[in-house]
Each structure stands twice: as C-alpha cells, then as structure tokens.
Design a binder for this molecule. Structure first.
Ligand SMILES: C[S@@+](CC[C@H](N)C(=O)[O-])C[C@H]1O[C@@H](n2cnc3c(N)ncnc32)[C@H](O)[C@@H]1O
Ligand code: SF4
Length: 447
C-alpha cells in the first residue's frame, strides 16, 4: 500500500495553523481560560526551558544558546509569572494535574536555585495530584550535578531523561555533541545512587553511513548501562546546517541510510531491544517496565483511542492542548518575557478545532500500535476504505477488542498516522513538510 515512508511523526494534534490563518489567538485562549471546568479530563503541564550551552548539529528544537545568570533569572521570573497568570484563570484553577514534563532545550542547565523557584511556584499555583509524575529532561553534563539531582529528588521527580544519541565517538564528534560518554556515566551513577524510578535515554539511528553492523556497538554498550527506558528516534536531517549537508554531498560525511537500510535498522532495533529485555511500550519507546511513562500515556490518550486529555503549556515555545485546540507560546524569548510582564498570555499560534474531536484519539493509535473498539467514534473518524487498505496490506489486524498494528504496520506508523489525520490537517502536514524540505537548517521544534 505504501512505497515511500512519510518522514514525520506528530506529538501534538491538531496541527498548528500559521498566525496568518486564524487571527485573535490570544482572545481565543483567553476565552477558553475564562470558562470554569466542572469535570476536567486528565491534565498535564508541559514546561519548556529553551536553553542549551552548545548546539548539536542535528537539533531542530526551539532552543537558544545562552549562558549567564542574568539570562536565566529573567527567564525563570517570566516562567513563574506565567504560572501565576495561568493559576488565576477559572479553566486552570480547580483542576488537578497528573503529570508534569520539564522539556527543552536542556532544563538541567538552569542554576539549581532557579529550578527550586520553578518547583515552588508550580506547587503554589497548581493543584497537583498526590502521586503526580514529574519528568525532567537534561543534557548529561549538567544533569549529573549531585546538587541538582538532590533537588529533583526533593520535589519527587520520578523520571530523568537525557540525550545519549550514540556511543559512536566519530558520529558524536561529527554532530558536535559536547557532553562526553564520561558525562553520561556520571549522571547515570549519581542518579542511580539517589534511586530515581526511571532513567531514560534518547538514542538515535539512521546516522550517516550507519549499518546493522555498526549499530551493534550501541546495543552492547546500552545493555551494559542498565537504563530503564530508551527513546529510539530515527535521525531527521532537516535541521543540519548547510555546511554539514554540503560535506555529505561531497562525500566527506557518509550518506543518510536509504529507506531499505532504515527498515533494516528499525527492525534490528526492535529485535535486539526485545532480546535485551526492553518492551516496545510505544512507537519509538522501549522500556524494561511494562508501560510508557504517565506523561506520554496521558498525552496520547491512554493508548486506546482516548482524545480528551489536556496539556497546559508553560514557557517560551511550549505547546499545549485545551478544549479541542492545540496552541503554542511565542518562541521569541523577549516577546515572551514582555508579554507575561504585561500580564497577558504569551500564546502565538493556535490550531483549528477538529471536525470530529475523536479523530485525535485515532491519530495517536500509531503511538501505541492499537485502538480499542470501545472508541467507535475514533475508529469511524477514519474512512472505512483506509481500514480496508491497511488490513488488505497486512498493516493492521482485527481482534475481538481492538485493531492492532502488525509487525509490518509498525514500520509504517508515520504513514498510518498521516493518513489518519482529517483532510484539512493532512493539507497542513504536507504544507509544513514542503516548507521544511526547502529550508535547510530550519528549526521546527517538536511536531
Ligand atoms: C530536547 S532533546 C533531549 C534532551 C537534551 N537536550 C539532550 O540533548 O541531552 C530531545 C531528543 O530529541 C532527539 N533529537 C534531536 N534532534 C533530532 C533529530 N534531528 N532527529 C531525530 N531526533 C532528534 C534527541 O535524541 C534528543 O535527545
Ligand atoms: S539535542 Fe539537546 S543538548 Fe543538543 S542542542 Fe538539542 S536540545 Fe540542546
């Protein structure tokens, strides 16, 4: 059914429209925030720290390279101000949050005192579930700081996550990853001592010139490291700067693996991770526990077609989803700081509402490789001809309770996801892909 792999997977849905399409985004959000919620669905907080000390060559995220207490203090103050503003809104005030995710950039590079202030403000402003799950992302050099780890433990952080990417020193050098493998060992050792529930690492495959044989070194080292979970991403080449791309064209850097090699690598990862005791608990997520962390379980609708979970965005370029609308705060830190200082919400982009809200649950079927038949409206938001096509091509099989992606279907999750989008959303997906393909080095953030 499919010949060419669609290169993008989505983490948020519906997709954002450009500012130019839907005006009045601040008013729309203000309106939502002004309504009181009687029975809130599962609720999450995503908190974005956009800073890094150095730029890894492949990184597409909304990050700023910055260093200096003044920069961090100003941002921390603005974050806390934004939380206070949000806490005053009826839509937020009474609801309880089940999970909080600190993402970036690299939240670990903030001074420890600033992180304490952020935690204290979170606890003061929001009602957090007694067993709220806190995930904290960082980069290995700064996350290994024992004082930071103690603080994270004090605020009951359950899950730590950092980018390891690969053990291959040549590739690390090529990508200008400044954290060393010794930094990785240090953060792992220090975190283990404090007994965090879950230590997660990000790995990448589809690296220049990579083959199934060269992938093996990463497995051997991963096995010895004993992490609890691994996010295994295929490397996107959109963000690489021009000189990196030119070096690839000149053959100084080996080429991106072709589609056949991509499939061979993806399959090898699936088998070898399983052999090493990791279960594929979500698309791109392997864990020795039997399930993905709470934040992603809730964000993607519980894995069974649920569409109602909501996310409150905090921070410059943070993304959220409330009352059927996805939105994003401004990525410009100066605008962010001045907007919240003027007591306004810093939202810059919003999505349209879906024609069928349940389609959101259907789209995230790809994340958990299945959708329960209990969510009939979600299933019906995808045309019957598509279900038939997937089934005839051996990508999906039906059980009495659910539709389940087959082994083959798991290789095509991005295509299945794209085709599950409502038509208007598919247009947006193709328009934004066109845009990023034409603009080398473009920073897209998470999709
Ligand atoms: C926000 S970063 C993680 C935390 C931290 N900043 C670090 O790098 O250690 C999220 C992850 O996205 C993945 N990532 C970054 N650039 C990517 C790309 N071009 N293609 C695929 N995955 C990418 C990396 O594995 C990275 O660790
Ligand atoms: S991969 Fe992580 S550390 Fe590297 S630039 Fe991106 S966010 Fe920063």
């Amino acid at each position: 059914m499919y010949q060419e792999l669609f290169p993008i997977t989505y983490y948020f849905y519906p997709l954002l429209e450009g500012d130019y399409r839907l005006g009045g985004h601040r008013e729309t959000l203000d309106q939502i925030m002004g309504t009181e919620v009687k029975q809130a669905p599962d609720s999450l907080i995503y908190l974005h720290i956009p800073y890094c000390h150095d730029l890894c060559q492949f990184c597409p995220f909304h990050i700023k390279i910055a260093n200096g207490d003044d920069v961090y203090r100003r941002y921390t103050d603005a974050l806390c101000r934004e939380m206070e503003l949000l806490a005053q809104r009826p839509y937020v005030a009474l609801r309880e949050f089940q999970a909080i995710y600190f993402g970036g950039g690299s939240p670990s590079i903030l001074p420890v005192g600033n992180i304490r202030k952020i935690f204290e403000t979170l606890h003061r402003c929001f009602k957090l579930a007694p067993d709220v799950e806190v995930s904290f992302e960082g980069e290995p050099r700064t996350l290994g700081n024992p004082e930071l780890l103690e603080l994270l433990k004090e605020f009951k952080t359950r899950r730590l996550s950092f980018g390891l990417q690969t053990y291959d020193e040549l590739q690390r050098k090529r990508f200008k990853i400044v954290a060393t493998l010794a930094d990785v060992d240090r953060v792992t050792e220090n975190a283990r001592k404090l007994g965090f529930d879950e230590i997660n690492v990000d790995m990448m495959y589809d690296l220049p010139g990579q083959t199934v044989t060269t992938l093996e070194e990463d497995f051997v080292r991963l096995k010895a490291s004993g992490f609890d979970s691994v996010d295994y991403y295929n490397l996107h080449y959109f963000a690489f700067p021009k000189n990196f791309k030119h070096a690839m064209e000149r053959g100084e850097i080996p080429a991106k693996p072709n589609q056949d090699m991509h499939f061979a690598l993806a399959q090898e990862i699936r088998w070898r991770m399983q052999e090493m005791g990791f279960r594929a608990v979500a698309d791109q997520v392997y864990s020795v526990k039997d399930r993905v962390c709470e934040y992603f379980r809730i964000l993607w609708g519980g894995g069974y077609g649920e569409h109602r979970a909501e996310t409150l965005a905090v921070g410059s370029s943070a993304r959220g989803y409330l009352q059927g609308i996805a939105y994003m705060n401004t990525g410009d830190v100066n605008t962010y700081v001045s907007t919240v200082s003027a007591s306004e919400l810093p939202v810059a982009k919003i999505s349209a509402r879906l024609e069928t809200p349940e389609n959101r649950g259907a789209v995230f079927m790809s994340k958990f490789f299945s959708i329960s038949k209990q969510h009939q409206a979600a299933i019906e938001s995808i045309p019957a001809s598509l279900w038939k096509g997937w089934s005839d091509s051996g990508l999906i099989r039906e059980t009495p309770e659910a539709f389940v992606l087959t082994e083959r279907g798991r290789l095509w999750t991005t295509n299945i996801m794209r085709d599950s989008l409502e038509l208007r959303q598919q247009e947006l997906a193709h328009a934004s892909l066109d845009f990023i393909e034409k603009k080398p080095g473009v920073r897209t953030g998470t999709f």
